[in-house]
Design a protein around this ligand. Structure first.
Ligand code: ATP
Length: 670
């Protein structure tokens, strides 16, 4: 009703067809109005306010003339109020100016005293001529004004107001997901997909990953047809953990599961359990399982479970993350807390199974670990097929060629290549995406954006060309170096030039292969020293990689005779946070000297190769200066055919995976 009345007051009829802007009569306006009224009363009160004066004036112009009726001393403010006799008020022009009239109630004057004792003394002095019974009485009172009230209440109101706004905002910001508002903070944020959600992704959209897909499909079939398994005494698995590098299709697999399973599917991320309040994570886990049990049979998918599943008690933050541990404990309890046949299956995904708590991984919780690895040649082909479907392709596209050009690429990278190629083709106004667009897209993803406008002096260009030609020549002449694709001195990303290789897909790498790779990495620096007798900062990236590789060979792969067959690698990742090395100072020195020796031997070898093929190296470098990009055909013309390539072509029919980037040698533009 009140609302209606309010609106009536402000609903002016529109003038000239346009409705006037009417102020909204909401809650804030009411507060402001009340505040203004209170202030108004205080400053422009109904009665006239007293004139401020001083003791001196009171004594000479009021007391001596016997115009004072009474004095009221306000004990809490140190003020004295002066009340004049009713017929004396209009004698004072200042009071009349303030609106006072005769007989009007006071106080008429007010003044401040330092101390009431001194004031009384002054009064006695001033009236000593008079008989004591005519002395003016001083009455003591305490008085509280509106302003006092405000000074007390205002800070309180301010705090309550800020608190109120803060919580309203938080309410809004927590509005997403399941529970909205501060009082629902403990509710799980899982998104529920069921038959009505109409998820269109199916297992057909997940290319390759045959084994992983089979495992997941089996879980779906468990849910669809549990009797088939339980009548033989089998139990439905409680959970499966999808483990693999980023972008390999773990989330995609879960989405396909949601699309296929025909049962309710709860999806949330590990970080959704985390909130700034203590105990919220655990309560969200409880709530999630409560909801899931109510909808069983169903699937719960927790993406990036490492956010909560990290091993307990091994936290780098020195125990500062108890909240995460509580959440994990609750998850552990819930996962093994319900009946076997309750039909809630937990699927989780992570890139780092090694850091997960072992209790989480034990059978009975995540019974199955499904590895989702980087795709191999055949899988890459299949993934290309999925992502090329929406593109308009030119005739020259050979999917198996594209798959061969992308070793070490994840599914996400391949999706990116397809998209990037389409964008490049569109930029060139082509009617279809052709092979060159794909090659450009791969180059761009691996090496970064071409930067032809970078200012490079001719002398620098020569330096870069000889450096890259060094890499190319050395690697061409080494049996185990990766086959070269092309060499370029066009700046790309941070690199000023690069030699591009096509890494062979190997399951294991031998010591000779590693040493050959190290030697070709150092070919650039060796070329600089031999040709210019001067070294530059351009080899920083090569040296960094060679050093890391040498340390890995000595201290991880046990490839140094002097250090022996020892591996100081800790696959659990715990030693990342410790300050001590797992070996003695003496061993550390030995490792260092072995690494140094290994690198200098490889460097000398690179120099020897370049010295022996000085003329060819020069030809490669000069061709590079002239053309900026040269291909393996050019190298073959100058250096002859590599005898080993044919063998490796035959071998590469047995494809495998190596997580190495296509770009091998690049120079940082320092
Ligand atoms: P992260 O661990 O970083 O979360 P992920 O393994 O969950 O990565 P997804 O999000 O599933 O990776 O994959 C990203 C994208 O890559 C997918 O949307 C899809 O386009 C593409 N992709 C990855 N793997 C495949 C595959 N096997 N088949 C088809 N597309 C794939």
């Amino acid at each position: 009703m009140v609302e209606k009345k309010k609106n009536d007051n402000f609903n002016f009829p529109p003038v000239g067809g346009k409705s006037p802007k009417t102020p909204k009569m909401n809650g804030y306006w009411m507060y402001i109005l009340i505040f203004a009224i209170i202030i108004g009363f205080q400053f422009f009160g109904l009665s006239a306010s007293p004139e401020k004066t001083s003791w001196q004036k009171v004594k000479t112009s009021l007391l001596d003339k016997q115009e004072i009726q009474r004095l009221v001393a306000i004990s809490n403010s140190g003020e004295v109020e002066v009340y004049l006799k009713p017929d004396k008020i209009e004698n004072h022009a200042d009071l009349v100016a303030r609106g006072f009239k005769n007989n009007q109630k006071g106080p008429h004057y007010v003044f401040t005293v330092g101390s009431f004792e001194a004031f009384e003394q002054n009064m006695r002095e001033a009236q000593k001529e008079l008989p004591e019974d005519q002395w003016i009485e001083i009455v003591y009172e305490s008085e509280y004004k509106w302003t006092d009230f405000f000074s007390l209440i205002f800070p309180l109101l301010l705090i309550v107001g800020i608190w109120f706004i803060f919580f309203r905002r938080m309410n809004k910001s927590m509005g997403g997901g399941g529970g909205s508002g501060i009082f629902n903070v403990g509710k799980s944020k899982a998104k529920l997909f069921d038959r009505e959600s109409n998820i269109k992704i199916t297992f057909k959209d997940v290319a390759g990953l045959a084994e992983a897909k089979q495992e997941v499909e089996e879980i779906v079939s468990f849910l669809k047809n549990p009797d088939k398994y339980t009548k033989l005494g089998g139990k439905i698995p409680k959970g499966a953990l999808l483990v693999g590098p980023p972008g390999t299709g773990k989330t995609l697999m879960a989405k396909a599961m949601a699309g296929e399973a025909n049962v309710p599917f709860f999806s949330m991320s590990g970080s959704d359990f985390v909130e700034m309040f203590v105990g919220v994570g655990a309560s969200r886990v409880r709530d999630l399982f409560q909801q899931a049990k109510a909808k069983a049979p169903c699937i719960v998918f927790i993406d990036e479970i490492d956010a909560i599943g990290r091993a307990r008690g091994k936290n780098p933050n020195m125990g500062a993350n108890d909240e995460r541990e509580n959440t994990l404990n609750q998850l552990l309890t819930e996962m093994d807390g319900f009946e076997t046949n309750s039909g809630v299956i937990i699927i989780a995904a992570t890139n780092r199974a090694d850091i997960l708590d072992s209790a989480l991984l034990r059978a009975g919780r995540f019974d199955r670990q499904i590895n989702v690895d980087l795709p191999e040649l055949k899988d890459r082909e299949a993934i290309f097929k999925v992502h090329l479907k929406p593109l308009r392709l030119a005739q020259d596209i050979d999917i198996s060629f594209l798959a061969k050009q992308t070793p070490g690429f994840s599914g996400a990278d391949i999706a990116n290549v397809a998209n990037e190629a389409a964008l490049i083709a569109a930029r060139k106004d082509k009617s279809a995406v052709d092979k060159q667009d794909f090659l450009d897209a791969i180059d761009r993803i691996v090496g970064g954006l071409e930067n032809r406008s970078k200012m490079i002096k001719p002398s620098e260009k020569r330096n870069i060309a000889y450096h890259e030609a060094g890499h190319a020549t050395v690697s061409w002449l080494l049996q185990h170096a990766h086959p070269l694709l092309k060499v370029t001195i066009v700046p790309r990303g941070k690199a000023l030039g690069a030699a591009w290789y096509l890494p062979q897909e190997r399951q294991i790498t031998t010591k000779d292969q590693l040493l050959d790779q190290m030697c070709s990495l150092l070919g650039g620096r060796a070329a600089e020293e031999l040709v210019f007798n001067e070294i530059s900062t351009g080899a920083q990236n090569d040296l960094e990689r060679a050093t890391k590789q040498a340390y890995a060979m000595v201290s991880i792969f046990g490839m140094s005779e002097k250090v022996g067959m020892l591996s100081y690698y800790d696959s659990t990742g715990q030693s990342d946070f410790s300050f001590t090395k797992p070996y003695s100072e003496k061993t550390a020195e030995l490792i260092d000297s072995e690494v140094k020796e290994m690198i200098s031997t490889a460097y000398e070898r690179a120099k020897t190769i370049l010295r022996e093929h000085q003329e060819q190296h020069k030809q490669v470098a000069e061709l590079l200066i002239e053309k900026e990009v040269i291909f393996s055909d050019d190298l073959e013309r100058i250096l002859g055919k590599r005898p080993w390539d044919e063998d490796e072509d035959n071998q590469s029919k047995e494809e495998s995976t190596e997580t190495e980037s296509v770009i091998e040698n690049n120079r940082d533009g320092e």
